[in-house]
Design a protein around this ligand. Structure first.
Ligand code: AMP
Length: 210
């Protein structure tokens, strides 16, 4: 499967990506995760990206496109890939189209996760990441300050409410135009992102039989 997971931050893309990756055996590419790895490692790319991310804005298109180009050439993408959180702008989508044409591997499908803003705010203000095993937990469903592995649950800097509202505004102005863009190409499939993980995954399996 060669797919894009499109939707607001907190719409459930990362959660579904775990199930899709396992079932369809394809690479999970989260540009947000790649940027955070670069920030942690103190790379030049990470230094460039940090201020944009902390403020809830987007990292410049040329940085993202260069990063994706290199990643898609990795061997684990040969059997398919899931782009999670990318593209986020029309210029990124255009560059991706050109790149995939050149590689002779067109996109199969774009899954759009539809969720109301207030659900996103509630989910993200309660989202935590374990500092030890990296597992993502939500305080709406998990009690206590520790992960099951004993690690400490930490909140991402950009998961504070004020930054979330900014990220949502950026999504509506810069990323949402991609919905029409992919709809016109006939590959957009809509998912009701309010439902639980397994119900959404069942829809995906029907929309894209193995
Ligand atoms: P995410 O983990 O997908 O929510 O991304 C976290 C942050 O990384 C975003 O708020 C942006 O600042 C940045 N980011 C991730 N992917 C992209 C992208 N494709 N284009 C621009 N900025 C991105």
């Amino acid at each position: 499967m060669r797919a894009i997971l499109l939707g607001a931050p907190g719409a459930g893309k990362g959660t579904q990506a775990e199930d899709i990756k396992q079932y369809y055996n394809c690479a999970h590419i989260s540009t947000g995760d790649m940027l955070r790895v670069n920030i942690k490692a103190g790379t030049e790319l990470g230094k460039k990206a940090k201020a944009f991310m902390d403020s809830g804005g987007l990292v410049p298109d040329d940085v993202i496109i260069g990063m994706i180009e290199e990643r898609l050439e990795a061997p684990d993408c040969a059997n398919g890939f899931l782009l999670d959180g990318c593209p986020r702008t029309v210029p990124q989508a255009e560059a991706l189209l050109e790149l995939l044409d050149k590689m002779n591997c067109p996109l199969d499908v774009v899954f759009l996760f539809e969720v109301d803003d207030e659900i996103v705010v509630s989910r993200l203000t309660n989202r935590r990441t374990c500092d030890k095993c990296g597992k993502i937990t939500n305080l709406l469903y998990h009690h206590g300050e520790n992960c099951d592995c004993g690690g400490i649950l930490q909140q991402r800097d950009d998961d504070k409410e004020e930054v979330i509202r900014k990220r949502l505004a950026v999504y509506h102005t810069q990323t949402a135009p991609l919905i029409d863009w992919y709809e016109r190409k006939g590959i957009l499939r809509r998912l009701d992102g309010k439902r639980d993980r397994s119900a959404i995954f069942d829809d995906i399996k029907v929309m894209f039989p193995e």
